[in-house]
Design a protein around this ligand. Sequence first.
Ligand code: FES
Ligand code: FES
Length: 166
Amino acid sequence: MKSSKTTLSLTVNGSPVTDEVEPRLLLSDFLRHQLGLTGTHVGCEQGVCGACTVLIDGEPARSCLTFACQAEDTAVETVEGLASEGGLNVLQRSFQENHGLQCGFCTPGFLMAATALLNRNDDPSDDEIREELSGNICRCTGYENIVRSVRAAAEQIREPRRTQAR
Ligand code: FES
Ligand code: FES
């Protein structure tokens, strides 16, 4: 029987990837099962919880509602791409220091949604943080510490820029 697979080419966390995929394969399953990037979590599988959030060309997207083949020629970023040289980045450290996570299941989705926010606005108000993260569900933290974590990360991102401007 002729294979129904198609060739998918994209970049994932800055590295070029080419692989064969079934047309109906979800991006979340492609990342987790074909690339082994299991940091992208799958909760509701129907676009409600935000756990599967990744960035596609810089914009947050539900990978459980996206076919892998829709990511052709895009740049996909997952939570694995945040840390560099084996160390957590500013946002990840801030979640750790401000108790922005408990069970951690929701955390990759929050980190990616917050990354998109901080990439375009390094001085968000609490309302803007809450608005940006309103598509992500956490059942452990009550959100206060998540908002605090994003706010603290924004302050740390701004500080070196201020110093450079002096
Ligand atoms: S698993 Fe995708 S939104 Fe819940
Ligand atoms: S830390 Fe457990 S669901 Fe958010």
